[in-house]
Design a protein around this ligand. Structure first.
Ligand code: P6P
Length: 338
């Protein structure tokens, strides 16, 4: 992916240029994304300093998922809510960390969008300095304007998203997003405090030789998924196929980001313990699927397209197979075999 070299394009400038090109743009959406990038800058500062201050470790509390809440999870959750509650663009929010939807305080104007987010995905890796990330998804409300957002505004299929993306806090911090007109990557330059366009119109390779899955769950998978994994890791001369490489970080944002740039496939299948898999549909699978599809990739749950799943619950989970189109087709060929 050629880095943008001769222009300094901040994400603010990029969003405005994108808006100028789209009909019906009101500037509302660009203001919303600007507020969101402020939250990412604050989270980035805390994440990069976590080892130096008492920000590592757990809070001792559990979230709605029954997972131990890390201090940085709670911090990121609060930062995003406070950055977004007063801008007048949202009528509600939903977070992985909270059981119910988060209302906009009555004294603030309510807008025409809802925001769903996983404030710090992969947070179990925080204490060992592995890349983690924030995932976000934006939908247009479907209930009457100027009223509090309701669950109906959130339980929409992923193809209704108007924007989605993630920020990965790694060796460098990058924001990757799509608003349905291609995928763009912005690398954070802390010396100027700006996200600068570094990956213009990201396209996922048509095929890759990396598969990314937690093979520790192999014995819990359906035999068809086991057959795919056995095939993926094998040299098959008669098919002119070399063994694929396994790369698994255990932080979805990092694994999907690598898949987006290098190609291949990331999988979190259903298993005999978790019939719907582990990943959440609304604020993990849907936003990542939107980004990968916009980059020319595919995203399925083993039966169909992730973005066409009709949600029933805010925190429902889904199996996920996402990546290069040819790699996802390879998996689906095994899952649909007799
Ligand atoms: P496992 C992190 O907790 C997460 O939600 C995703 O970021 C990641 O892909 C997955 O769980 C890892 O789960 O079961 O392989 O440790």
């Amino acid at each position: 992916m050629p880095l943008v070299s001769n222009k300094v394009v901040t994400i603010e400038r990029h969003i405005i240029e994108q808006e100028e090109g789209s009909d019906g743009a009101t500037g509302d959406f660009s203001a919303l994304l600007r507020d969101l990038t402020l939250a990412f800058k604050i989270i980035n500062r805390e994440v990069t300093q976590a080892g130096l201050v008492d920000a590592l470790g757990a809070t001792g509390a559990q979230n709605v998922q029954g997972e131990i809440v890390q201090k940085l999870d709670a911090f990121a959750n609060t930062v995003i809510y406070r950055a977004m509650d007063h801008g007048g663009h949202l009528c509600g929010m939903a977070s992985e960390e909270d059981a119910d939807i988060l209302p906009i305080p009555d004294h603030y104007k309510r807008g025409k969008y809802v925001l769903l987010f996983d404030p710090l995905d992969g947070s179990s890796n925080i204490d060992v300095n592995v890349s983690i990330g924030t995932i976000f998804s934006i939908l247009r409300r479907v209930t009457p304007e100027n009223t509090p957002g309701t669950l109906e505004d959130f339980l929409q299929p992923g193809y209704k998203q108007i924007a989605a993306g993630y920020t990965i806090y790694g060796p460098s911090t990058m924001l990757v997003y799509t608003a349905g007109r291609g995928v763009y990557g912005f690398t954070y330059d802390p010396s100027v405090g700006e996200f600068l366009l570094s990956h213009d119109r990201i396209r996922i390779p048509a095929h890759g030789t990396i598969y990314s899955v937690n093979e520790g769950n192999y014995h819990k998978w359906d035999r068809r998924m086991q057959a795919y994994i056995d095939w993926a890791k094998s040299d098959i001369p008669e098919e002119n196929k070399k063994a694929y490489s396994l790369r698994y970080i255990g932080s979805m944002v990092a694994d999907v980001h690598r898949t987006l740039l290098y190609g291949g496939v990331f999988l979190y299948p259903a298993d005999i313990k978790s019939h719907r898999g582990k990943l959440r549909l609304l604020y993990e699978a849907n936003p990542m699927s939107f980004v990968v599809e916009q980059a020319g990739g595919r995203a399925g749950d083993g039966k169909g397209r992730v973005l066409e799943i009709i949600p029933e619950l805010l925190h429902q989970r889904t199996p996920l197979i996402v990546g290069s189109p040819k790699n996802v087709e390879e998996v689906e060929r095994f899952l649909n075999a007799d």
